[in-house]
Design a protein around this ligand. Sequence first.
Ligand code: DX5
Ligand code: ZN
Length: 245
Amino acid sequence: MKGNTTIAPKNSQSSRFALAHPAIRIAPSLLAADFSRLKEELAVVESAGVEVLHLDVMDGHFVPNISFGAPVIASLREHSKMFFDAHLMIAEPKRYAEAFVQAGCDHITFHIDVTSAPVAVVDHIRSLDVSVGVCLNPTTPISSIDAILNRVDLVLVMSVWPGFGGQKFMPEVLPKVAELHKRLDEHQRLQIDGGIDVRSIEEAAAAGADTFVAGTAVFRTPDPTASLTTLHRLATTGAGRAARP
Ligand code: DX5
Ligand code: ZN
């Protein structure tokens, strides 16, 4: 596909993480963190070995909720070397992508349902020198991303309706994950987001997901470090059952 197989973080200082490396990763979602202590919450997951921090940006328009924007991300950038993975649940990703890259995001994922010109959105984000992902809502079919499937670095499958953390995992999206697992090449990541916890993560991995967003199941547990370890172990077990493309 894209030819760029070693996408190193542009903004983060770490060179340990390359989006394209095949591996299981848990990406904690900052949405479930204590917003009054964001710097400390970041440190907890980073010292537990987390490489990817998932940043849920909501505009109150594409989704019925407002979370945080570029200024909050910019204020966190200097406190972390993690790869900042921005999930833009916003109606105009092309308009705002640059602000998020300037704030320190290493990766931008947009929703296919917000645009009728996805190639232009992908090209624009790529021109900002970050990696690009596209997101499918629970009922959005794979065919909606046919035109860009081989142009993106990551496909994100929503396993809840976007807008809120703490929702119940929707197992009905797993066939879509399995189909994408067959169609993506080894340099493309397959991320799943929503309701990922100790009950759902193994099945999601068995379907072929390799990057697991987890908010509640990390930040809202008594011991986030232990939760990350457990989630990683269960995902690795599930991945062992995943059909190889
Ligand atoms: C939903 C967000 C998710 C969500 C994950 O709109 O994209 O990242 O907050 O949170 P949990 O893990 O609590 O479902
Ligand atoms: Zn998300």
